[in-house]
Design a protein around this ligand. Structure first.
Ligand code: FES
Length: 105
């Protein structure tokens, strides 16, 4: 299992090699924007600051320029090392399932 760190939230959670970063975040109580969950809508787009990943699908909706800039789609991204992800819209999920409006303290 790899470790995924979400910044600037500062959340860290484990992610299995067969689990998407989005699925692992959800399990860990971290809300990331999402819609299609199949790598096409780009709602979940964030940036990989360090680490290696693979994609669950052959053609995630990322241009060569996106990839050069480190853009990633966590809904279909599978870790291949520990990851540092820049996702300013990430929020902790409260116990009742609501997103918290609070950012990092
Ligand atoms: S949720 Fe649509 S591309 Fe990730």
């Amino acid at each position: 299992m790899w470790q995924v760190r979400i910044e600037p939230l500062g959340a860290t959670f484990g992610c299995d090699a067969t689990e998407s970063v989005l699925e692992a975040a959800q399990r860990a109580g971290v809300h990331l924007p999402r819609s299609c969950r199949n790598g096409s809508c780009r709602t979940c787009l964030c940036h990989l600051r360090s680490g290696e990943l693979a994609y669950r699908i052959d053609w995630p909706s990322l241009s060569p320029d996106d990839k050069d800039e480190g853009a990633m789609l966590p809904c279909v991204a599978l870790p291949r090392s520990d990851l540092m992800v820049w996702a300013p819209q990430a929020r902790p999920v409260n116990a009742d399932g609501d997103q918290s409006a609070a950012g990092p303290t």
